[in-house]
Design a protein around this ligand. Structure first.
Ligand code: DOR
Ligand code: ZN
Ligand code: ZN
Length: 403
């Protein structure tokens, strides 16, 4: 495939290039590549980014597929410019043994529009032996240190320590003081630690200190913790139910602290925490989580328009860093040798996110009536067009591999 007339960002500088993809990989990035017999896509001078790598999604299969399944969730990814996602283990059954992991992988083969990987779950029944068996088959062990959707909370200190010790890399759902505790365990067991969805100025300070000390700790922020706060939650009865998530949305001042940390390199990644629940479920009883993957890039581009981060930084936190932190092979960069995963974005399209056909089974968005910072025109996975102008093509997704 030859993608003509791309505007790319290289070391912070805009460049006009053509991108050649052969046998799934980028083989040439140059001005005016002229080759016959290739499928040609004209980017028409629009912005072309590496496919987004989203380290934090809940695709709900198996067990909860009335909320989302691997196919609908991955279609939402294609629509949102996400070409790689990592699925969390709080499906039903939860992924806490090698056997359950293998079964989940088998079940989800040939169902995804984009490439994917899995996280393993730390269990309160101490599954350290299982963790050791799967360290090379998953991105990280995920531990829930605070209450959240699903039944995966681990509170016993000895078990938490065993899980850290058995893992190669750990990701935590930790809030407030639990962030501090996770950092202490990272220090004690010398394990790479990924702090999911930081939501307060205080948590950012814990991360800043840990980095200063030289620990291998990374921080993630979600688009909703950047763009939404308690004012949005309190704006209506409906929002008081819909905009509930763990961690809960915080204050405007926390939004600002998170943006600053994202800009300054303290926070390393944006992950969506795509956590689909049906609107009926959300309105009937308090249910935590919101869908996100379909609009995350379009919303994050508002942060660029508002000068909160640069386009270069957006690419780092949504593409390059996530791939690098998890050691995902060949993802996250527009460079020769990398997978031909591309998103073409029309930055001039700042239309409102209105009642439009949604891809996620959850069928709603927390960003209703928000302006988009740009609109995704086309998504390409390893040299194949998988989404363009509201049409989807082919289920080409497969499991990623790790370094
Ligand atoms: O709000 C949340 N929902 N937070 C989580 O950590 C899990 C998620 C879910 O799976 O619904
Ligand atoms: Zn979480
Ligand atoms: Zn989550």
């Amino acid at each position: 495939m030859l993608v003509k007339n791309c505007k790319i960002i290289e070391n912070g500088i805009e460049k006009k290039v053509d991108i050649l993809i052969e046998n799934e990989k980028i083989t040439k990035i140059e001005a005016d590549i002229d080759i016959k017999d290739k499928e040609i896509i004209d980017a028409d001078g629009n912005l072309v980014l590496p496919g987004i790598v989203d380290l934090h999604t809940h695709m709900r299969e198996p067990g909860l597929s009335h909320k989302e399944d691997f196919t609908t969730g991955s279609m939402a990814c294609a629509r949102g410019g996400v070409t790689t996602f990592i699925d969390m283990p709080n499906t039903v059954p939860a992924v806490t043994s090698e056997k359950l992991l293998d079964e989940k992988k088998e079940l989800l083969k040939n169902k995804s529009y984009v490439d994917y990987g899995f996280n393993f779950g730390g269990s309160r029944n101490d599954n350290s032996d299982e963790i050791k068996k799967v360290v090379n088959k998953v991105a990280v062990t995920k531990i829930f240190l605070n209450v959240s959707t699903g039944d995966m909370l681990v509170t016993d200190d000895t078990i938490i320590e065993n899980i850290f010790e058995s893992s190669k890399k750990v990701a935590v759902h930790a809030e407030g003081d639990m962030v501090k505790k996770a950092i202490e365990l990272c220090r004690k067991y010398n394990r790479s630690l990924y702090l999911c969805h930081l939501s307060t100025a205080k948590e950012v300070e814990y991360l800043r200190e840990a980095k200063k000390e030289g620990l291998e700790v990374y921080g993630e922020v979600t688009p909703h913790h950047l763009f939404l706060n308690t004012d949005n939650v309190n704006a209506s009865e409906r929002n008081r139910m819909l905009l509930r998530t763990k961690p809960e949305l915080k204050d405007k001042s926390d939004n600002d602290a998170l943006w600053n940390a994202l800009r300054d390199g303290i926070i390393d990644t944006v992950g969506t925490d795509h956590a689909p629940h049906l609107i009926e479920e959300k309105l009937r009883k308090l249910t935590f989580g919101m869908p996100s993957v379909e609009n995350s890039l379009e919303i994050m581009l508002n942060g660029v328009k508002e000068n909160k981060i640069t386009l270069q930084r957006l690419i780092e936190v949504m593409c390059t860093n996530p791939a690098k932190i998890m050691g995902i092979k060949n993802k996250g960069k527009l460079e020769v040798g990398y997978d031909g995963d591309l998103v073409i974005v029309d930055l001039e399209d700042n239309s409102y996110i209105k009642e439009e056909k949604r891809i996620t089974k959850a069928n709603w968005t927390p960003y209703e009536d928000f302006k988009r910072g740009g609109k995704i025109i086309t998504t390409i996975l390893r040299g194949k067009k998988i989404y363009s102008n509201n049409k989807f093509y082919g289920i080409y997704g497969r499991e990623i591999s790790y370094e």
